[in-house]
Structures are given as C-alpha cells and as structure tokens.
Design a protein around this ligand. Structure first.
Ligand SMILES: Nc1ncnc2c1ncn2[C@@H]1O[C@H](COP(=O)(O)OP(=O)(O)O)[C@@H](O)[C@H]1O
Ligand SMILES: O=P(O)(O)OC[C@H]1O[C@@H](O)[C@H](O)[C@@H](O)[C@@H]1O
Length: 481
C-alpha cells in the first residue's frame, strides 16, 4: 500500500439522484423563500444606511445607535492589570488582562455557562451569579489577595443607554432573556452591590458593549480595523463616528469634549427593520418573533443570529413532517421542544463529510428520529439554505456602516461562534459584500477579519482609557457625568 501521507478528509460530492421529486420540490420551495439576490442585498443595505442615520438623529429610529463614550483611540501604551467580564447570550467569561503598554496584552480567563434558567430568573440571581464567578476567579488568580481593588471593564452584551461610560441603563433584554427589574435600570450599581456585599476587591470602572470592545481591541493591534462585529448568540456592530455628526448629542457635550472628538457607537443594529419594510421575512421568521419573549423587537437579529438559526431549522422540519413529506411514523416529541436545536445542529449537519450523512443520522437518532438517506439530504440542503441567507443578510449592516462612513477599504473585525464556527459563513459573507459593492478589484477592499478578544482585552483597554480620563479630570459622559 503506497502511503501518500495524511489522508485528506472526505469531501462530500452530495449526489441528489436518490432524492424523490416530492422532496426536491420542497427544497426548491424553501430555497426560493430564503434566497436573497444581489439587488435585494443592495436595497436592504441602502435602507440600512438611512436607519443608521435615523438612530443618530434627535427623534431617533428603530436602531438605538448608542454613543459608547469611548472618546479616545487606544494608544497601545495602556498598561496594567485589568479584570473584564463578558455577560454574553450563552456564556459568562471572566478575563484577567495584563496590558503590556506596547500593543501587546496577555489574558487569563475562565468561562462559566449561564444556566438556561438564568434567562428568566431574577435580577438578584443574575448579578449574584456574576459576583460569585468574579469572587472565585480573583481568589484563584490572586491567592495572596490584592493591595488595592482591581479595576473592571464590564462587557454587557445588551442594549444599554449610556450617559457616561461607567453606567448603562438596559433598554430591553434580547436573545431570549426576560429578567424582571432590570430594564430601565443602570446595571453597574446592580452588579457593584453584589461585589461589595461579597467583599470582592473590584471596582467597576466602565461598562461596554462587546462590539465596542471588539472594535477597540482590534484597533489596538490592527490600524486598518474600522468596525467591531459580533455574530454570536446575537448580532451587532460598532464603529467610530465623530461627535459633531451625532445630532442627538447636540447641547449635551461637556466643554472638554470637542465636536471633532471620535465617539465609538454601539449600533445595536439587531433591531434593524422592526417596521418590516425591507427584510424578506418568512412565516418561520414570523413564528420565531411571535413566540419570543419580546415580539416585534430585534427583527434583523432573529433572522441571522446564533440563538435562532437552529430554531429556524427545527420549525421548517416540523412543518415538512406535519405535511407528511418527512419523518413518517417517527416520534417527534423531542423535536417539538422549542429551541431543542441550537445552531451547532445546522453547523454540524453542514460539516458532515460523508455521502450517506452518517453524522446527521446519529444527530437525529439522539432526537429519537430515524432518518432515511434522502431525508438527510433534504435536511442538509435546508441547513445550507438557512446558513447562506444568514451570512448574506449578516453583511448588510457592515455594508451600511461602510457606505455611511465612506470607507473604501476596511478590516471588519468579527467575533462570535457563528462567525468563528459556522461552516462557510466567511465565504458566503464575503460573496455577499461582493454582490453589494460589485468590486472589480482582485482583492476585496472591505474584508471581515478575526477580531481580537473584544470582551476581554477590549474591556480592559477601555477601562484603562477611562481611568486615564478620570485621573486627568476629563469628562466620561454628557454634561454632569
Ligand atoms: N458550531 C457552531 N456553529 C455556529 N454557531 C454555533 C455553534 N455552536 C454554538 N453556536 C451558537 O453560537 C451561539 C453562542 O455564541 P458565542 O459567541 O459562543 O457566545 P456569546 O454569544 O455568549 O458571546 C449560540 O447561539 C449557539 O447556538
Ligand atoms: O455576544 P453576544 O451575546 O452574541 O451579543 C451580540 C449582541 O447581541 C444583541 O442581542 C445585543 O443587543 C448586543 O448588545 C450584543 O452585542
């Protein structure tokens, strides 16, 4: 036997010859529902630009466009030990960041899965849980204790209005969260209270959004970085605008903030098109929205974000089963459970390298469903259709920010499991940008690149920038803050 070195992983040919016409027709129908043509992408992104502008106006609009009060660009000389926590949609991360003062940083971190009951628990349970994780982490990392309280950057990945960088009033929960007593309140004192009660030596210095942190952390190491993006449980983007181009800040600026000052903006663009003017919503998208804790909100996010793509697949399969196309005589009780499929399901299905889709077969056996090979090919095709639409719609926010700011070139720094783990997301997203901009260059001038650790290093850098401003007696928010 000639050994030709390590075997190349099998790449699937994907013949559909054995798939009956009835299933091929269903695939075609779903593909028609979920296809977003180039001209549609262009019209969506043009409307998106108008909505971004509306969000910055005095009267506001669907998209919150939250000034993040990061008023300086990182210099790369920030130095010191900072703690960061990242309360995302799926995990809580605690990160110790050692800024080297030379555009380098080192991080040590622990990740704690958020108990799913936490999404609908009480505010005290949530903030006490975070304080406990911080307490555990500090005791592990500083067994001898600390000489003075550690400054902490709090990455809070939800839409929070900020009149200053060291506060944030939750506008609304997203990503399936529904915890009473937090919306409309400043979450910084809610967390600090539990930190103090548990005598954890920490001071919350800054509250940031994970996209703002991603932007700042990526600018720290990449001078071409102009956007910070998250494609994770939720979806969002941040960029730097200029204070004088933000009408809703008129008259609110303290004297030491110049109109030409840069201002990081947390777009919160998951809320794009809540009026349903341009996004091609299907009955499945409408069902997800209606069954969510906050119907009518986050329309764009609910079509493309990690929290929802697995649920989208589940609803489509249940619909086909109800109409008798698939899963005849199968027990669907597990598949009937909402959100039983997270987005790792379509991801793993698209990654199955075998012609007979044996990985898909075992995945559905775990759900108590015996599948035929033609059914598995239909399931695979539907995942590719869902994944392609998600990637193509995901870049509309990127195109809109670049059009609005007139960026001809940009590194768009992205993080989140859909970006980092969903198969073919990167290629599909890049094609979507090409379809919008119609570049005739060899290299794409606007590219999506892997981000630095925004909710860790980004939060730490922003905490360092904030401490510097406070030490210099400079403002960190609107007048009086
Ligand atoms: N292999 C995968 N491919 C794509 N998405 C995934 C994968 N595994 C998990 N996900 C989805 O990613 C989301 C978690 O995103 P992540 O960025 O890890 O956390 P967070 O959103 O809390 O920052 C979940 O909604 C989950 O469904
Ligand atoms: O990192 P996550 O949990 O996927 O969050 C991404 C986005 O999710 C959205 O739902 C939040 O409103 C944003 O603030 C956040 O940036």
């Amino acid at each position: 036997m000639v050994h030709l070195g390590p075997k190349a992983p099998p790449s699937r040919k994907g013949s559909m010859a054995d798939v009956p016409r009835s299933l091929l027709d269903q695939i075609k129908q779903i593909e028609t529902l979920f296809t977003v043509k180039p001209e549609k992408l262009i019209s969506i992104s043009d409307h998106f630009v108008k909505e971004l502008d509306k969000g910055l106006s005095k009267q506001g609009g669907n998209i919150p466009m939250i000034p993040g009060w990061v008023l300086d660009y990182p210099t790369g000389e920030e130095k010191g030990d900072y703690l960061a926590i990242d309360l995302g949609g799926t995990n809580l991360r605690v990160v110790l960041v050692k800024l080297g003062g030379d555009r380098t940083f080192d991080t040590t971190q622990s990740k704690y899965s958020l108990p799913s009951s936490m999404r609908t628990g009480t505010a005290d349970e949530l903030f006490s849980f975070i304080a406990d994780c911080l307490d555990k982490f500090v005791k592990e990392e500083f067994p001898e204790g600390v000489s003075s309280p550690l400054p902490l950057g709090f990455t809070f990945s939800y839409p929070a209005s900020q009149d200053a960088i060291n506060m944030g009033v939750l506008q609304r929960w997203t990503k399936g969260f529904d915890i009473d007593g937090v919306e409309g309140h400043d979450v910084v004192p809610m967390l600090q209270k539990f930190i103090s009660q548990k005598n954890v030596p920490i001071n919350v210095v800054a509250l940031i959004n994970d996209t703002t942190g991603t932007l700042i952390a990526s600018m720290y190491t990449d001078s071409e970085a102009k956007l910070g993006l998250i494609f994770g449980t939720g979806v969002n983007g941040a960029y730097y605008d200029v204070v004088k181009d933000i009408p809703k800040l008129e008259g609110k600026l303290p004297a030491d903030v110049s109109p030409d000052s840069p201002m990081a903006v947390n777009c919160e663009y998951g809320a794009f098109d809540n009026e349903h003017l341009v996004l091609p919503r299907t009955k499945y998208d409408i069902q997800i929205d209606q069954e969510s804790p906050r119907p009518g909100q986050q329309s764009y996010e609910k079509m493309i974000a990690g929290y929802y793509l697995g649920e989208l697949l589940r609803l489509i399969l249940l619909d086909l089963a109800k109409d008798g196309f698939i899963f005849e005589n199968q027990n669907l009780s597990k598949l009937q459970k909402p959100y039983v499929m997270d987005t790792s399901y379509p991801a793993r299905i698209e990654e199955d390298p075998y012609e007979n889709l044996s990985d898909v077969e075992s995945l559905f056996l775990q759900l108590g469903i015996v599948t035929t090979e033609p059914e598995r090919k239909l399931i695979r095709a539907i995942c590719e259709i869902i994944g392609t639409r998600a990637a193509r719609l995901s870049i509309c926010g990127i195109a809109a920010i670049c059009k609005k700011r007139g960026y001809k070139t940009a590194h768009c720094a992205a993080d989140g499991s859909v970006y980092t783990k969903y198969p073919n997301f990167k290629q599909r997203a890049a094609q979507g940008l090409r379809d919008i901009f119609q570049w005739n260059t060899k290299e794409d001038p606007i590219v999506i690149v892997p981000a630095e650790d925004g909710s860790g290093a980004g939060a730490a850098i922003i905490a360092a920038l904030t401490e510097k401003r406070l030490a210099a007696g400079l403002s960190v928010g609107i007048k009086g803050n």
